[in-house]
Design a protein around this ligand. Sequence first.
Ligand code: DX5
Ligand code: ZN
Length: 222
Amino acid sequence: MEPTISPSILNCDVADLVGEMHKIRNADFAHVDVMDNHFVPNLTWGLPVVEALIAKNILPLDCHLMINDPDRWAPQYAEAGAASVTFHAEAAGAPLRIAREIRRLGAKVGLGLKPTTDIHDYLDVLDAFDMILVMTVEPGFGGQPFLESQLEKIRRVRAAADRRDLELAIQVDGGVSRQTITLAAEAGADVFVAGSAVYRSEDAYSEVEALRAAAKAAMCAH
Ligand code: DX5
Ligand code: ZN
């Protein structure tokens, strides 16, 4: 299985989003963190910026919605043309309805879990999602250390998906680097978000390749 690399543009030079996205053109997606200053204590951008980036057609967008009331907002990102829309379990009123709506609008749908949110309640409904996002930091900010405590959650999701023969992607987001990507891949993750590792490196393009190689090696060895 091939790893999917989705660098987060959260900590890039936001005055030059287009140029910054070109730097990672060898990635599979650009991960766009939408924060509303309510679900998380930080504010980024919303639908107009996402629509503008989609129109530039540089990379497919993997939208990570750290917002309240995804029931109201999440489908609009699918409608705008995001390739993948992930909303948070903790914020959703009717997660299965949101998931169905996002798929109907033609996007992949992900369910995000904060580090202290248990996967247990969702194990029976994994088939409603294309991806589970296991947060490996408290959402809100880039540059935090990877929480190894979340590896067990990744293993549980992978085991449950395998048992039911589901083609489920498992995304990790937070503190992903050349070192920690190996741990996540060994635990069963296959979609990797990295923000500071990519944009604080000398060369974002080469860092994407290095992350891809490290993930691939760990996935093959497994
Ligand atoms: C954090 C965001 C992440 C963040 C990752 O809430 O969801 O996508 O940009 O940044 P790093 O890789 O620096 O932890
Ligand atoms: Zn994110």
